[in-house]
Design a protein. Structure first.
Length: 169
C-alpha cells in the first residue's frame, strides 16, 4: 500500500536544501504531517514525514527501539555517506547520497521514478508532496520482507534529491 498525501501548507516544505540535512539517532519523537505503520513480525517500523524531512521509529520485542531523524533541525551530524550504529543488540546501517540535476526535466522524471518505486508491491510507502510544487517531495518506502527502508527528499529549487537507505541487520 502506498499513501500519497498533498500538504495544504506550502511552508511545510520551505525549510531546507540538501546540504542542511543532518542525521540524529534516538532523539525525541515528533508529530509530523503524515505517518504509516508497518509491522514485520515482532518489529514495528513507523515512518513519519516532517515536511522536507523524515523520522523513522522502530520498536520491537525485548525493548528494541531506534529513532532515525533526517532533518535540518535534528541537531545531529551532517548527513554521512555511510554510518553504522551498534547499541543494545541493534545493528543499524545508514547510507545517503545526494544527486544534483542540471535539467529540471531530468529532476521531474526522477521524482516520477520515485513515486513509481514507492507504488511497487514490495514496499509499504508514504509519499508527501507540496501543492505548490508536486516535485517537492518527501517519501519513505519500507521493505515488506525485512527491516529496511529508503527515503527520498526532493528539492526542486536547488535541483537536488537526497536518497537514504537504512536497515537493521
Amino acid at each position: 500500500m502506498t499513501v500519497l498525501q498533498l500538504i495544504e501548507d506550502p511552508q511545510t516544505f520551505a525549510d531546507v536544501n540538501a546540504s542542511e540535512l543532518t542525521l540524529q539517532l534516538n532523539g525525541e519523537t515528533r508529530e509530523g504531517v503524515a505517518r504509516i505503520q508497518v509491522v514485520l513480525g515482532d518489529i514495528t517500523i513507523e515512518p513519519v514525514i516532517l515536511g522536507s524531512s523524515h523520522q523513522v521509529v522502530v520498536s520491537g520485542s525485548g525493548g528494541l527501539r531506534l529513532v532515525e531523524t533526517v532533518a535540518a533541525d535534528a541537531g545531529g551530524h551532517p548527513l554521512p555517506e555511510e554510518a553504522t550504529h551498534l547499541d543494545g543488540g541493534i545493528d543499524y546501517l545508514f547510507q545517503s547520497q545526494t544527486r544534483h540535476y542540471r535539467s529540471s526535466s531530468a529532476f521531474v522524471r526522477s521524482v516520477g521514478d520515485i513515486r513509481s518505486r514507492c507504488a511497487q508491491d514490495r514496499y509499504e510507502s508514504i509519499v508527501v508532496c507540496s501543492p505548490d510544487s508536486p516535485s517537492a517531495l518527501t517519501a519513505v518506502a519500507v521493505e515488506r520482507d525485512r527491516p529496511a527502508w529508503t527515503s527520498w527528499h526532493a528539492y526542486p529549487e536547488t535541483g537536488e534529491i537526497v536518497r537514504t537507505r537504512s536497515e537493521l541487520r
